[in-house]
Ligand binder design. Sequence first.
Ligand SMILES: Nc1ncnc2c1ncn2[C@@H]1O[C@H](COP(=O)(O)OP(=O)(O)O)[C@@H](O)[C@H]1O
Ligand code: SF4
Ligand SMILES: [Mg+2]
Length: 342
Amino acid sequence: MGLFTNMMPFATVSLEGAALLRVRALTVTYSTRNRQSAPALRRVSFDIAPGEILGILGESGSGKSTLALAILGLLPANCSVEGTILFQDEDLLQMDESRWREIRGAKISMIFQEPGLSLSPVMRVGDQIAEIIRAHRPGNGKTRKLECEAVLRGVRLSEVDRIYRAYPHQLSGGELHRVAIAQALACRPDLVIADESTRSLDVTVQAEVLNLLREINRKRGSALIFITHNPALLAGFADRVMVMYAGGIVEQGPTAQVFSRPLHPYTKGLLQLIPRSRNGTNLTSEGRLPVIPGSLPALNPSSRGCLFEPRCSVRTAHCQNESPGEVTPERGRRVSCFNYGN
Ligand SMILES: Nc1ncnc2c1ncn2[C@@H]1O[C@H](COP(=O)(O)OP(=O)(O)O)[C@@H](O)[C@H]1O
Ligand code: SF4
Ligand SMILES: [Mg+2]
């Protein structure tokens, strides 16, 4: 899928009503070998409206998975967390494990990086989905089987009988991915998080999966956080995009606006590096996504200036000494840069 080839008009998603998820000043710091390292997330704040598709974009190490794990209450024990994550007005960071068991899988669910790994290799696929439904909803074996078949049909799997009875190793990559989506959607959650879930799929299957996710999102109204390092996947797919760098949000806004007129130098760099290829791949001749010169900084907890400064082509002396705050240059858009737009 080329970057600008699948642009299409968006159904407008308003953030002015009640937000489904409200993240405020979320800071997560992992500590390793009794040492506090720099925060993996630094004062991250954003909202998601019900039914919205939010794309989270950033290179490896920018904190995307940490954010997903925080929203799912799955952060490891070796980290400290500050801030609030309000989901339907309930603070997820204050919830105990029994409340989490009611919410996870039922109201907030996840499609993991390697969807095959979220399935047990020794259980039939249908039984695994039925098990999720059983854990969260009343009903008997027969109604559950019917529900499960409906979920499988809902992700456009045609041979439902075969899939229901199959073990994961008997399915193709595309089928497994659809099963993982079915698993995440089985209880009709209000929020689904997909963390680089389409990464291992080939381009054609990837496009099919994105179409499916968007179709389900529009039909059911469940919100989706779609995490990727590849901007090309978000064009024509995500309503809004949030660009992360070194644990912070550097820019957020409606995808069509951000992609046609990026304000932050990092976003500009990410988008410029993607060739508008005809064959729909966006890969370099070595088969890799192009990258912006330089790398994520070795984060120093006490660093003062803008974290993108060493790689920034429009930096000024000021940028070394002070960290830019977030401004709202236009309605619906936010950016953290002293020289945005340059
Ligand atoms: N379990 C962990 N323990 C210590 N550091 C971690 C752990 N998980 C992630 N990190 C660090 O947090 C930062 C953000 O990582 P991550 O959230 O995985 O980013 P992304 O998903 O964008 O690649 C990185 O510096 C990474 O090394
Ligand atoms: S604040 Fe300065 S260094 Fe940081 S992105 Fe903007 S111009 Fe570049
Ligand atoms: Mg990740």
